[in-house]
Design a protein around this ligand. Structure first.
Ligand code: GAF
Length: 390
């Protein structure tokens, strides 16, 4: 099956270190990795104080880093233009493009009171870019973990929480993507072989074991290769609609909204946005229950309802995502839905292992028939959290 390989962590870390040394003429002090993610269910609920259920991928970003004494920051990537600047000019408005995510992390760590020195950074990633699989958070978290090591900060649980907060500030304030925190949280707190139930009201996160292998199931992720960008206006507009709904209902967030309340909203678009959020939060709870009961059949209708809600009420799907979902279900997936921020990006399907090749082939044929660009697939292996490598 053609798919995007996660690669071997030791080899990828060695590659990042070797490219660092080639580029900067000295060895890296540390190499850190941080995973991308795929969300099982719970979309656009994080910034509504709701529930999400993401899984960390084996696909990750590797950051090789060494400190400098002159306050200069140099950022290199195997996939993008180099950037350089100084540690006192890394904040909002000072950096653009991919470098804003990495530089923004150093800025946010300094804002937290850390004495951040200049740094040389080389990043190398197997997280598909612009595929809705959290390449931005993987970049942020890998740089943050490496920077903490350079600063001599041990990666305790409270430090992981600080790193999450720093990465969210980098993304929202420096890169300008008004995202909700799910991606940074799963990258820093994931547990292997589990999804993570994150409650954005209480702040609690609970691993939900995913015994997929014992059920003969795999998680198939299909990247439609319709590039999505969270700095575009669609994501922010959805967020504004949700805030408007909460304000109209007099609740602090849509987590506190009821179905009756939502039905009473007079603005039709805002009502549909709120209905998506309220029903999606309920679907997260139902999915956790189904997974806990090993009732995988129950996941199918929940995924279907989630996808329909995003397509019709939240209006963040696209023809390619709709086709990836319908072709997967028609060819044997137990359930499929679009995943992530939307406006392109990826779908996720729960597929019996013996149907995996057939589902991939069916999606490929459907895309070719529709005249769409060929999609890319990967099998998500629920993986652990960001950390140092070696
Ligand atoms: C993107 C955002 F970064 C997340 O915070 C979340 O809102 C997601 O879209 C939608 O569930 O990944």
């Amino acid at each position: 099956m053609p798919h995007v390989d996660a690669g071997d962590p030791a080899e990828l870390a060695a590659t990042a270190a070797a490219r660092f040394e080639d580029a900067f003429g000295r060895p890296a002090a540390v190499v850190a990795q941080a995973p991308g993610r795929v969300n099982l269910i719970g979309e656009h609920t994080d910034y509504n104080a709701g529930l999400v259920l993401p899984v960390a991928l084996a696909h990750a970003t590797y950051a090789a880093v060494a400190p400098r004494t002159d306050g200069v920051v140099r950022l290199l990537s195997s996939e993008a233009e180099p950037w350089s600047g100084t540690v006192d000019k890394l904040g909002p408005g000072a950096v653009e493009g991919w470098a804003a995510y990495a530089a923004g992390v150093l800025w946010a760590l300094a804002q937290q009171g850390h004495d951040v020195p200049g740094m040389d950074v080389f990043v190398h990633s197997t997280v598909p870019l612009g595929a809705g699989l959290s390449s931005s958070a993987a970049l942020e978290c890998s740089v943050a973990v490496a920077a903490c090591a350079v600063l001599g900060i041990e990666l305790s649980r409270p430090v992981r929480d600080e790193v999450i907060a720093a990465c969210i500030r980098a993304e929202t304030e420096v890169a300008g993507a008004p995202t909700g925190g799910m991606d940074q949280t799963i990258s820093m707190l994931a547990a292997a072989d589990a999804a993570l139930l994150i409650d954005f009201e209480s702040g609690a996160s609970t691993p939900v074991p995913l015994p997929l292998a014992e059920a003969g199931l795999r998680l198939l992720v299909t990247d439609t290769r319709v590039q999505h960008a969270l700095v575009d206006g669609g994501y922010a507009a959805r967020r504004t609609d949700c805030e408007e709904a909460a304000a109209a209902l007099g609740v602090p967030s849509l987590r506190r909204a009821t179905a009756d309340g939502v039905a009473s909203l007079t603005d039709e678009r805002v009502r549909r946005r709120a209905r998506h959020v309220v029903t999606e939060i309920a679907r997260v709870t139902a999915t956790v229950d189904a997974v806990g009961a090993r009732d995988w059949q129950a996941v199918g209708p929940l995924f279907a309802a989630s996808h329909a809600s995003m397509r019709d009420d939240f209006e963040i799907s696209c023809p390619e995502l709709d086709l990836a979902v319908s072709a997967a279900v028609e060819s044997g997936a137990l359930g499929a839905r679009m995943t992530g921020g939307g406006f392109g990006g990826s779908s996720i399907a729960v597929v019996p292992e013996h149907r995996l090749d057939a589902v991939v082939a069916a999606v490929d044929i459907a895309f070719a028939g529709a005249g769409f660009r060929a999609p890319q697939h990967l099998v998500a292996a629920p993986s652990g959290a960001a950390g140092l490598v070696g």
